[in-house]
Design a protein around this ligand. Structure first.
Ligand code: SAH
Length: 332
C-alpha cells in the first residue's frame, strides 16, 4: 500500500505537487492520486450528507448486518476458531464494523477488532466506536491469525496508473492548472491494488480466514478511463483541486482475483444479487415491522443498495483459505 505523507494544510498539497513537478518533471496519475487522496482522507470525514459521498453502510444498517451474518456464518462453519479476528480495510466512520460486529457478537464471535486506517481524522471516529480496536497503518501489520475481513470502497481509493499504448499518462502544470501530458484511448492498471490483494491472499493462505471485497468496478474486460473526482455529491474535474475531492477509479475485479491467486477466490457477484440472496428482503420486512413509520425509507434503502441502476451494480468477491468454507452466496 502506498506510503502516506504527513497531512498538510489546505492548498499546500497543490503547491507541493507543483513544486515536485517543477523539480522532477511530470508525475504519474498514480502518484498524483496517492498524494491527493492521502491528504483528502487525512483531513476530513468525507462521508454522509454533509460530506462528499455516501457508501452502502451509511445508507442502511442492513448492509453491515448482512456482511456480519455472512462472516459469522463462515466462522461458525470453519469450527468457530477462537483466534480469528475481525479486520477491516479503510473502515470510514466505523458504521459497517458496528453493524457487522453486533450480529457477529450475538452468535458468540469474541475476536479482536483490527482496523487498517491511515487517516487520523477517521481513526478518531472509529476509536470512539471501538475503544479496544487495534489500529494498523498497513495491512501487512495485521497479526498472523485467521481473518474475518471486509473492505468496502477501499480498493477504489488506491491509485491507478493510466496508459496510452506503451506510454504512461502523467500530469504536469501549465502555469495555471494541472493538465494531463497525453490524451488518447486509456488502459488502467493498479500495482497498488494488486499488491494489497496479493498481501491479503498471502495472509489468508498462511493463517486462514475469509475476506469480502466490495467495490464499484467491472468483472471482466477493460473500462477505459475511469478516474473520477467526487466533491459535495457531484462529479468534479479530477485535476482541479487535488486533496479537496475524493479521487477513485473503477476496480478491475479480474485483475484483483488474479493478484489473489495464493488463496481461493470466488466468482464476482453483483452487490444487489448477493444482498438479495442473503436475505435483505426478509431483513427489510423485519425492520419495517418493528418500525412501521420507516417502512418507506427502509424499502428505499433496499432499492438503493440492490437496484442494478444504483449500488446494486457494485461487485462483491470473496477470498478464503482453501480449507475454509465459502462465504454464503459466493461459491467458486
Ligand atoms: N469502508 C468505508 C469507507 C470508505 S472510504 C465505508 O464503506 O463507508 C475509503 C476508506 O479507506 C477511508 O476510511 C480512507 O481513510 C481509507 N483509506 C484510503 N486509502 C488508504 C490507504 N492507502 N491505507 C489505508 N486506508 C486507506
Amino acid at each position: 500500500m502506498p506510503e502516506i505523507p504527513l497531512p498538510l494544510g489546505k492548498g499546500d498539497i497543490a503547491q507541493r505537487l507543483r513544486d515536485r513537478i517543477a523539480r522532477d518533471g511530470p508525475i504519474s496519475v498514480a502518484e498524483f492520486m496517492a498524494d491527493a487522496n492521502a491528504h483528502y482522507y487525512a483531513t476530513r470525514d468525507p462521508l454522509g450528507g454533509a460530506g462528499d459521498f455516501v457508501t452502502a453502510p451509511e445508507i442502511s444498517q442492513m448492509f453491515g448486518e448482512i456482511t456480519g451474518a455472512a462472516l459469522a456464518d463462515v466462522w461458525a462453519r470453519a469450527g468457530s476458531p477462537a483466534d480469528a479476528i475481525y479486520a477491516e480495510l479503510g473502515p470510514g466512520r466505523g458504521t459497517l464494523a458496528a453493524d457487522a460486529l453486533r450480529v457477529m457478537r450475538r452468535v458468540g464471535f469474541a475476536g479482536e477488532v483490527h482496523l487498517v486506517e491511515t487517516s487520523p481524522a477517521l481513526r478518531e471516529m472509529q476509536a470512539a466506536l471501538f475503544p479496544d480496536a487495534i489500529f494498523h497503518e498497513r495491512f501487512e501489520d495485521l497479526p498472523p491469525r485467521p481473518l474475518l475481513l471486509v473492505a468496502n470502497e477501499f480498493f477504489d481509493a488506491l491509485p491507478v496508473e493510466q496508459w496510452i499504448g506503451v506510454e504512461q499518462r502523467a500530469i504536469t502544470h501549465d502555469g495555471t492548472r494541472f493538465v494531463f501530458t497525453i490524451d488518447g484511448p486509456i488502459r488502467e492498471s493498479s500495482p497498488a491494488r494488486a499488491a494489497a490483494a496479493a498481501a491479503l491472499a498471502d495472509h489468508l493462505a498462511r493463517h486462514g480466514g475469509a475476506a469480502l471485497v466490495v467495490d464499484y468496478g467491472y468483472g471482466s474486460g477493460e473500462a477505459g478511463d475511469t478516474l473520477q473526482a467526487v466533491c459535495g455529491h457531484a462529479f468534479a474535474d479530477p485535476l482541479a483541486e487535488p486533496g479537496e475531492a475524493d479521487l477513485s477509479a473503477h476496480v478491475d475485479f479480474a485483475a484483483l482475483a488474479g493478484a489473489a491467486s495464493a488463496c481461493t477466490v470466488s466468482h464476482v457477484a453483483s452487490q444487489g444479487n448477493w444482498l438479495e440472496t442473503l436475505g435483505i428482503g426478509p431483513r427489510a420486512a423485519a425492520l419495517a415491522a418493528r418500525n412501521p413509520d420507516q417502512t418507506a425509507s427502509i424499502a428505499a434503502a433496499r432499492r438503493r443498495l440492490c437496484d442494478a441502476a444504483e449500488m446494486g451494480q457494485f461487485k462483491v468477491i470473496a477470498l478464503r483459505h482453501p480449507d475454509w468454507p465459502n462465504i454464503a452466496g459466493l461459491g467458486r
